[in-house]
Design a protein around this ligand. Structure first.
Ligand SMILES: Cc1ncc(COP(=O)(O)O)c(C=O)c1O
Length: 401
């Protein structure tokens, strides 16, 4: 029997405490609402949390990815390797420089860039000459890799670091989905040259819009700090007098103290949020394990999954219905869902401007036919979880052969 929820259940919602609202109000009353002491406090707590030397707060992860590529000196003669299964942000930042984006396929289980997909990608596209990895079609030098910790599964950083060392590449991890997460015993945020986090509204912790770069390189951290605020050599909070100098043509990517006040509170609640998301994900896994034609997310055997997303795959041959039908049927129950992600090479912009061959990405194509993300967020109560469980089960029941 179909029971429709009265209120729509989206696939993600932020959880904001009353204390957060109070703290934001206090910042608003304080008279200092742009980048100031709260941003400093947020950066300092964040770097302690992930155990990395430097943390720079920004107004988005996209800004963070952009500034990481800027500080390594990316030019239009360079190329960057990233995953074909990601949000456009991981790729568009490469295009900002007129550099060449190179895409890897993903593994069939977690849909991540792996050492195997990396090797396959460079064997097809690159040659190693004079200690430089050259992308053959564009004749550009590969300068960096952007691994994407999709959904909160972590890429095998040890192997990717070994690969990067061999080919003299920087690693800029896209950890928009990976807070808090661990690979082996080390937090994501303390592995590569740079790690970029997102605090967009649907993420593990949020500031409305926001991002953070962590890095072990002091010189790069200083450059990112400079470039986030117009290339001005002193931010206005720390300026002892009216005098300042513009030393670069920078950007306007700084975070506000209003957002940082949200971020500080969210960071304090990050473990509790993660525990609740984990509980829900494990409950889904338990409830759905006997359904035929569903592939469930697996636990990370070598670390800690952030459970940012709960992505499943539907095999229409076995289930008797496909992903699109599941999305439509969930709507009938007043339940939302999402798709992470339409592969990059399927988007008109990338089709028009780059010569990606979809046959090079068999696993990304398979994922795209079958994948769907079900609601998962810390603020879901037990009734919300049960509504999703019952809806999914009854849809499977309806189409059973
Ligand atoms: C994998 C991935 N990378 C980067 C971003 C960009 O994050 P932001 O919106 O903070 O710029 C997103 C946002 O959804 C994302 O999913």
């Amino acid at each position: 029997m179909k029971t429709m929820r009265k209120q729509f259940l989206p696939f993600a919602l932020p959880k904001i405490s009353e204390k957060t609202i109070e703290d934001v109000a206090n910042v608003l009353r304080s008279g200092w609402i742009t980048q100031g002491p709260k941003v400093k406090e947020f950066e300092s707590s964040f770097k302690e949390f992930v155990n990395e030397k430097e943390a720079i707060a920004l107004n988005s992860a996209t800004a963070g990815l952009h500034l990481c590529l800027e500080t390594i000196g990316l030019t239009s003669n360079d190329a960057v390797i990233t995953s074909s299964v990601t949000f456009t942000a991981s790729v568009e930042v490469i295009c900002y420089f007129g550099a060449e984006p190179i895409l890897t396929d993903v593994d069939p289980v977690k849909n991540l860039m792996t050492i195997e997909t990396l090797l396959q990608c460079i064997e097809t596209n690159c040659k190693f000459v004079n200690q430089k990895l050259i992308h053959i079609p564009s004749n550009k030098t590969v300068k960096a890799i952007i691994p994407v910790h999709l959904a909160g599964h972590t890429c095998d950083m040890e192997k990717i670091i070994e690969f990067a060392k061999k080919y003299n590449l920087f690693i800029i991890e896209d950890a928009a989905h990976a807070f808090p997460a661990k690979h082996k015993n080390k937090m994501i945020g303390a592995w590569g040259d740079f790690t970029v986090f997102s605090f967009y509204a649907t993420k593990g912790i949020t500031t409305g819009e926001g991002g953070m770069v962590t890095t072990k390189h002091k010189d790069h951290a200083d450059r990112i700090r400079l470039m986030r605020l117009h290339g001005v050599n002193r931010d206005s909070y720390n300026r002892p007098s009216w005098y300042y100098e513009v030393v670069e043509a920078g950007f306007k990517y700084n975070l506000t103290d209003i957002a940082a006040a949200i971020g500080i509170n969210q960071l304090n609640e990050a473990c509790a949020f993660w525990e609740r998301r984990t509980e829900i994900a494990l409950k889904y896994n338990q409830e759905f394990k006997n359904l035929n034609g569903i592939k469930l997310p697996i636990l990370d055997e070598q670390g800690i999954h952030s459970w940012h997303l709960y992505r499943i795959e539907i095999d229409p041959e076995i289930a008797g219905f496909g992903r699109d039908t599941l999305a439509d049927e969930l709507k009938e129950f007043n339940i939302g869902c999402s798709l992470h992600f339409i592969p990059i090479f399927e988007h008109p912009f990338y089709k028009k401007n780059y010569n990606f061959n979809r046959n090079d990405f068999p696993n990304a194509n398979k994922m795209y036919e079958k994948c769907l993300s079900l609601p998962l967020f810390a603020g879901m109560n037990d009734d919300d979880v049960l509504d999703v469980v019952n809806a999914v089960k009854s849809i499977f029941q309806k189409y059973i052969k």
